[in-house]
Unconditional design. Structure first.
Lengths: 124, 124
DNA sequence: CAGAATCCACATCGATACTG
DNA sequence: CAGTATCGATGTGGATTCTG
């Protein structure tokens, strides 16, 4: 076995659950998904863009900057060409992994019921 | 001792923590606070307005309607005059009480650190 | 590769006034 | 009491194009 980290599953967010929809959110729209992506170690900007292929670079940058400002993520730019930038969870950022997992569990257990209620036609 | 339920503490949300700010949110801006208010039983519209005195009736109504549509809260209107309406958590709504409490714990443990990072001047 | 710049659509939230 | 009706501010997210 080699020491290369596994790459991110391109489809890890095809289940609409924890961060996109649902009543339990971690930060804004993409924050929870980004934190999930960083769970196993630092990731490059373009690595994040694989599972998060529906986010525009502008919004991804904004969200990462917010996470950095809040002390949840560190940004490391390596002075190379072509440029390489890595984002990594801080210890504070890691404290969100548990609530995030709990949100996933809630969704798995209860989100279908909520969706069903939402789609039920109103009685009027 | 009587059987009247205790009224809501008007200042129960003066600590800015779980629903207003912080990276862990339950639903939109007021949802978490409303669910907290309903924890001990049904409450009237005007009862909710006491601790939630910064929400306008329009937004409170919108939020309650959303909660109702999602099957998290029931709305019961009594045919009296003056009108009386009570909102109550459903079983599904009650499943959010634990994540909500967990969010409060996270805030108590870590929010100060986040706030400090946010207020730290950027290195530039 | 990792973004910056610009423009824009939409949803959320709020202020204010009014009503069955 | 428990809302409804308008109007307006704000902000979040997206589409597109361009660059060191």
């Amino acid at each position: 076995m080699t020491d290369m980290r596994t790459s991110l599953d391109p489809d890890m967010f095809d289940a609409a659950c924890p961060s996109g929809d649902g009543p339990l959110r971690v930060g804004d729209k993409w924050t929870g998904m980004i934190i999930s992506c960083l769970e196993d170690g630092p990731r490059r900007f373009s690595e994040l863009q694989v599972p998060l292929r529906r986010v525009t670079p502008k919004v991804l940058t904004e969200t990462l900057r917010r996470l950095e400002r809040d002390g949840l993520v560190t940004r490391t730019a390596y002075p190379e060409v072509p440029p390489r930038v890595e984002y990594e969870l801080t210890d504070l950022g890691r404290t969100l992994l548990q609530p995030l997992a709990a949100a996933r569990v809630w969704c798995a257990d209860h989100l279908p019921q909520l969706i069903e209620a939402r789609n039920r036609p109103t009685a009027d």
